[in-house]
Every structure is written in C-alpha cells, then in structure tokens.
Design a protein around this ligand. Structure first.
Ligand code: FES
Length: 118
C-alpha cells in the first residue's frame, strides 16, 4: 500500500486513538464481547476522562466491530503506533492508559502475538 503523496500534512486531531473490539456473536462463537470487552472499554473511557486526557489533541477511546483478530480476544489497538493489545482484566486497562495512552510507553507484556489473527 502506498502512502498519500499530495497535500499539506495536517497535525493529528488526536494524539492517540484506541479502538476496542466489542463484537458479539450470537451463535456462541468466540468473540471479544465474551471476554469482558464492554467493561474494559467503559473502564478505559472513565480513566481517560478522569486523567484529563480526553479530547482533541489528546486521546480518544472508541468502540469498534470485529477487528479480525478474534483468536487473540479481547483486543484493542492504539494508533498512530498501530500497537495491538490482548488484555485480560481491568488492571491491564489501567496499565495501558497510564503507560501508553498517557506516557507513550508501550506495554510489551500485553502485546498481541503477531501470528494471532482470526
Ligand atoms: S471478535 Fe474481536 S477481533 Fe473479532
């Protein structure tokens, strides 16, 4: 894939953007919703707000549908770094907020193994 080559580069609207897969499958197949994704998303949103990190130029926390890495569920991805996380509990979310979203330090122990896809 090539990069855009025309136009003036714009400053990023958000410094960091985290997307949580909240996909739910009614047929009982594995999905992020079965692994506490909604609670993790809510917790992340609350922590980001409480820390004063929410808003333009700072951090945005968003819901996403299936990100097609269901084998690593539950997953979230942070841009612009493109770092994928497979978290386990709410303490992991606290670490991602404090370390990565606030201070730009990737939480290596929670990174999604590169080979895990759907
Ligand atoms: S269900 Fe979450 S990545 Fe597919």
């Amino acid at each position: 894939m090539s990069s855009p080559t025309s136009g003036t580069p714009q400053p990023q609207y958000y410094a960091r953007h985290i997307f949580f897969c909240l996909n739910e499958r009614p047929n009982g197949e594995g999905c992020c919703a079965l692994h506490g994704a909604k609670a993790a998303f809510d917790h992340c949103k609350t922590l980001v707000k409480q820390a004063g990190l929410a808003g333009p130029g700072q951090v945005r926390v968003n819901k996403a549908g299936c990100l097609d890495r269901c084998a690593a569920a539950p997953v979230a991805v942070v841009y612009p770094e493109g770092v994928w996380y497979s978290y386990v509990d709410l303490a992991d979310i606290e670490e991602i907020v404090e370390s990565h979203l606030k201070n730009g330090q990737i939480v290596e122990r929670l990174r999604t193994p590169p080979e895990l896809g759907r």
